[in-house]
Design a protein around this ligand. Structure first.
Ligand code: APR
Length: 233
């Protein structure tokens, strides 16, 4: 591991599964109970904001009942102890990485715990239900606050910073993501093309497992602490 200094880690819903949060795809996945085009697009929000708010209000409420698991905690320990560059990019909109203690963290798909006022453009922390009539804490307008979530068809956040980190990475690690959604699913290819070693940890081989030098299959709560122990020695 002596040649590894810059690490980029990508996480997906699988890293929070053992905390009790549903993943998206698969038998009990969120996309089994809801159609993406009903709750996760700007068009859905224009058509039926009450339905979209109900979906995210329920997910925000659920956050209050769950705790970070061993995978979140191991990644927070790595963040605290790794002396080289490290960037944790999560597709998750929950707050379990920060609650575990991760600091070098980007939420590329937004956060359930933040709101965005479409009247004044401000973004802010949000607790509790949002609903259709939410009042902006900044401009005071009612009925224009949406969850600060990146919906299908919208641009993920921080792409320039992520791309720059991928290009400099010596090691790229993907954890608990199916590899079904771009651009995140393509990060492994950028990192690999720019010379990084690539490792995936997932319950099953992901759609992009072909691009990884090494694939470890199993629960993140077991695999991630083992890997962090290996890396920190
Ligand atoms: N440990 C490791 N991996 C797990 C675990 C676990 N305990 N449980 C499930 N997984 C794996 C599944 O096998 C699956 O491959 O996690 C992956 C989760 O995949 P998805 O449900 O597709 O979630 P994700 O990859 O994060 O989805 C990406 O899609 O709908 C959008 O915006 C949403 O950010 C999300 C994006």
């Amino acid at each position: 591991m002596a040649d590894i200094r810059n690490i980029v880690i990508l996480t997906g819903a699988g890293v929070s599964a053992e905390s009790g949060l549903a993943t998206f795809r698969g038998p009990d996945g969120l996309w089994e109970g809801h159609r993406v085009e009903d709750v996760c697009t700007p068009e859905a929000y224009r058509r039926d904001p009450a339905l979209v708010h109900a979906f995210y209000d329920a997910r925000r409420e659920k956050l209050g009942t769950v705790q970070p698991n061993g995978a979140h905690k191991a990644l927070a320990r790595l963040d605290a102890e790794w002396r080289g560059d490290l960037l944790l990019v999560t597709q998750n909109v929950d707050d379990l990485h920060e609650r575990a203690g991760s600091r070098r963290l980007l939420h590329m798909h937004g956060e359930l715990t933040r709101g965005w006022c479409l009247a004044c453009g401000e973004k802010f922390a949000w607790e509790g239900p949002m609903g259709e009539g939410a009042v902006c804490p900044d401009c005071g307008a009612a009925g224009h606050v949406r969850p600060d979530i990146v919906w299908f068809g919208e641009m993920p956040y921080d792409m320039e910073r992520i791309d720059e980190a991928l290009q400099r990475a010596d090691l790229f690690v993907s954890i608990g993501t199916s590899g079904a959604v771009y651009p995140a699913a393509g990060f492994v290819q950028t990192a690999r093309y720019c010379g990084a070693k690539t490792l995936e940890m997932n319950l099953e081989p992901s759609l992009g497992s072909y691009f990884f030098d090494e694939s470890r299959t199993g629960p993140a709560g077991k695999l991630v602490p083992e890997w962090v122990d290996e890396l920190l020695g």
